[in-house]
Structures are given as structure tokens and as C-alpha cells.
Design a protein around this ligand. Structure first.
Ligand SMILES: NC(=O)C1=CN([C@@H]2O[C@H](COP(=O)(O)OP(=O)(O)OC[C@H]3O[C@@H](n4cnc5c(N)ncnc54)[C@H](OP(=O)(O)O)[C@@H]3O)[C@@H](O)[C@H]2O)C=CC1
Length: 403
């Protein structure tokens, strides 16, 4: 993927000014686009629009993409694009929508930068956008085709066939497709669930598939998000907790996500916090079934035992592993038992092989803190995998490989 020579010179000269105004450009672009196309509000998480995270994430992605185009030493950007494409297919994004986004984004660049935008500069950034868009459209078309999804009808009705109260404010929903054709998923993937809210809006949210067998019915484990520090309650999680019962039909996306267990013999360290336990539960079950000989360390932190979801699942799977070490921290609960500690997770003094492959799942600040602790311990950044749910403001920085 290459920019034309003329555009490359222009993008090199203007990338700084575009990056400096990126937030302003995307705020204007989103406002105008949603005014003209309110139907697109249903595609994106409204809470992230309100907080401004989504515009910032989009701006950061396009600018990072442009920088990678003009930097001959830039590392491969395709992992970032692949991850975005997975997110997009789970939201049912279509090729047509790139035309709408492109039109409003480029118009906002013109308006914010004013006189600095000559026709040549406009054309160069148009080229950047379409290289970005075409690459994602191609990857997304492949993902839709592989799953047999019609991109014009990306949502499949699923019926709730069971509901399990897992922990305080955490439920699991077992979902079967209404047409009876299960879509196999890969361990570590997620689906989006879209619900029609009482205010007439429709909202999707992504939930990790916590079932540990690819052919099994989908299980999603949902924590009810309670508003705190001025933030409102989670709209979709609250709706699901109050309204999703056996028999309820929900719109579910195809499984997506590329954060998967590798098949090497390397030791695995699975680190989770709170509801971040969902992919870990799936992974441990998968390991118990297919790779019980692999060395696994399971570190989890939760507020207290009452909030600790899927714990019996994880324990039962872990018992079937040949070489496993489990440690749990409770930040608010008493530490009872040899493998339980109180306070926040602290990996000091815990043996960690430097060749281990690490998966982090949980709140972003938690993952940032643990990742720093791990790299300080000598674990190479590229051996640490994580996925940020919501706008990926902590996207991999291609230059340093650091997050
Ligand atoms: N694949 C994945 O990675 C998944 C990620 N998630 C993400 O998990 C998050 C929600 O988790 P939730 O259950 O609400 O988390 P909680 O806020 O309940 O936190 C869970 C535990 O993590 C600890 N913790 C939180 N922040 C830090 C930090 N900066 N440093 C050290 N410890 C910390 C908390 O300690 P304390 O009480 O001291 O704050 C608590 O014990 C969401 O952001 C969600 O998107 C969810 C599912 C899958």
C-alpha cells in the first residue's frame, strides 16, 4: 500500500498540522455526520461519543496510518488494521459507510485548516483516507465472507436459552441462533449484542464469548455497569440485566476478534481483573481440553469474592491442567486461603518466565499498570497481548511497539 509520490511529499509536510488539529477535525466531522445521518448513531457506542473518546480514536487511527505511510522505517501496521476490521464487522459496518465517513471527514479537514488546505493538500489527504478505507473494506469483506455473513444483514437473532447469575451484578446469557445454525467462534473472540433501548435508540456492545468450546452455544457474561463519579449507568448492560430472560431474542453479530491463544509451547500467564475474567475462562477451558500440558499461571484481581465471576468454571478447568499456578487478589475482601491475597495485584517476587506469553484482560488503567510492571521485569512488550474494549486510545504505537 503506497501513497503517490506527490501526495507523500504533501502528507509529510502537513501531517503535523493535521495531527495538531485532529480532535477539532473529528469533533466537527462527527457532529455534522450524525446530524445528516442519525442512523449512524446506532452503529457506535453513544457513551463513547458523549465522552469524546470515539472521535479521538478515529483521529488517532487515521493520523497513525498516515505516519506509517510516510515513514520508511515504520513497522508493519497491518496488526492494527486487522484489529480495527474485527471491531467493525462485529458492529456490522458496511463498505457504503466509508463513503459517508470520508465525505464528512475530508470536509471537516478543509473547514478546520481553512487556507492551509489547497486542492493538492485536500487530494493528498483524500488519498490517505481511501488507502485506509479500502484496506479496511477489503479485510472486513473477507471476515464477513469467511463467516458467511451478508454485510447488508449482519445481525442474527439469537434466543436466550439460559440465564445464570454468576456473581453480584454479573449474569451469563446462553444464546442459540433462532435459525438453529450455530456460528463457530474462536477462543478469545467476542460478539456484539444490539438492543433497542426504551428511548427509541439502538445500541451495540461487544462482549467476550466466555464459553470454552468453539462449537458450544454462545455464552456472554455481562457485568451491570453502575454509574460512578458522575458517569451514568451502562445503558446496554442495565437493559440486559433487567430484560434478558429465557426466551428473549437478541440481535447478535458474527464472532470477531484476533486476540487468540497461540499454539506454541511457551508458558502462558493469563492476568485478569474484574469482568476481564471472561476471555480467561474461555482460554483456560480450551487449554484444559486441548493443551493440558502447557504451563499456565492464572492471576486475577477482583473487589471481593461476591464480585468474582466464573470462578468455579476457571477452577474446574484449571484442575485439569498439568502445570498451573493460580493466585487471586481481593482489593476489598479478606484474603482466605493459600492462593488468595488482599490488596491490588502485585507481581513482585512472583516467578515469571521471561519467555512466557502474557494475556492481559481488564480495565485499561489496570492493564497499563501491569504491563509496565511486566516490562520492568524483563518481559518483552511483544510477548504481552491485550485488547482494549471501547475506543482504542491505547492502540499499539507502531514506532516503539509500546502501548
Ligand atoms: N478482554 C478483555 O480484556 C476484557 C476487558 N474488560 C474490561 O474490564 C473492565 C471492567 O472491569 P470491572 O469488572 O468493572 O473492573 P473493576 O473496576 O471492578 O476492577 C476489578 C479489579 O481490578 C482492580 N483495578 C482496577 N484498576 C486498577 C489499577 N489501575 N491498578 C490495579 N488494580 C486495578 C480493582 O481494584 P480497586 O478496587 O482497587 O480499584 C478491582 O479489584 C472494562 O473496562 C471492560 O471493558 C471486560 C471484559 C473483557
Amino acid at each position: 500500500m503506497q501513497l503517490s509520490t506527490d501526495s507523500e511529499v504533501i502528507v509529510r509536510a502537513t501531517a503535523g498540522v493535521v495531527a495538531a488539529h485532529a480532535d477539532e477535525i473529528t469533533a466537527l466531522f462527527y457532529r455534522r455526520m450524525f446530524e445528516a445521518h442519525p442512523e449512524l448513531l446506532n452503529v457506535f457506542n453513544r457513551a463513547h461519543q458523549v465522552q469524546g473518546d470515539q472521535p479521538k480514536a478515529l483521529a488517532a487511527s487515521v493520523v497513525a496510518f498516515a505516519v506509517h505511510l510516510i515513514d520508511p522505517d515504520a513497522p508493519d501496521f497491518s496488526p492494527v488494521m486487522r484489529r480495527i476490521a474485527h471491531r467493525h464487522v462485529s458492529l456490522g459496518i458496511s463498505a457504503r459507510q466509508y463513503t459517508i465517513v470520508g465525505r464528512y471527514l475530508l470536509a471537516a479537514v478543509d473547514d478546520v485548516l481553512g487556507d492551509a488546505i489547497t486542492p493538492a493538500v485536500h487530494a493528498a489527504w483524500d488519498e490517505v483516507y481511501w488507502l485506509f478505507g479500502c484496506s479496511l473494506i477489503a479485510e472486513e469483506a473477507r471476515l464477513y465472507a469467511d463467516a458467511g455473513t451478508d454485510p447488508d444483514h449482519p445481525w442474527r437473532p439469537h434466543r436466550v436459552v439460559d440465564r445464570v447469575e454468576e456473581a453480584r451484578d454479573v449474569i451469563s446469557l446462553i444464546l442459540e441462533p433462532v435459525d438453529g445454525r450455530r456460528a463457530p467462534h474462536r477462543i478469545g473472540q467476542y460478539v456484539a449484542v444490539a438492543v433497542d433501548l426504551p428511548d427509541g435508540t439502538r445500541q451495540p456492545r461487544q462482549y467476550t464469548i466466555s464459553s470454552s468450546t468453539p462449537e458450544a452455544a454462545l455464552r456472554v457474561t455481562v457485568k451491570r455497569v453502575r454509574g460512578a463519579d458522575g458517569a451514568p449507568d451502562g445503558q446496554v448492560s442495565t437493559w440486559l440485566h433487567e430484560n434478558a430472560h429465557v426466551g428473549t431474542v437478541l440481535d447478535v453479530s458474527q464472532p470477531a476478534g484476533d486476540l487468540l491463544l497461540d499454539d506454541s509451547d511457551d508458558a502462558l500467564v493469563l492476568i485478569s481483573a474484574g469482568i476481564g475474567i471472561t476471555p480467561v475462562a474461555a482460554m483456560v477451558g480450551d487449554l484444559a481440553r486441548r493443551r493440558p500440558e502447557r504451563s499456565v499461571r492464572l492471576f486475577h484481581v477482583d473487589r471481593e469474592p461476591e464480585t468474582h465471576a466464573l470462578v468455579s468454571d476457571v477452577r474446574a478447568h484449571a484442575q485439569r491442567l498439568n502445570d498451573v499456578r493460580t493466585l487471586t487478589w481481593y482489593t476489598e475482601g479478606a484474603a482466605e486461603g493459600p492462593a488468595v491475597r488482599s490488596g491490588r495485584m502485585d507481581l513482585a517476587g512472583i516467578d515469571l518466565p521471561s519467555t512466557a506469553r502474557v494475556f492481559l484482560c481488564g480495565p485499561l488503567p489496570f492493564m497499563q499498570a501491569i504491563r509496565s510492571a511486566l516490562t520492568a521485569r524483563g518481559i518483552a512488550p511483544e510477548r504481552i497481548e491485550y485488547e482494549v474494549f471501547g475506543p482504542d486510545l491505547w492502540a499499539r504505537q507502531p514506532k516503539s511497539g509500546a502501548a
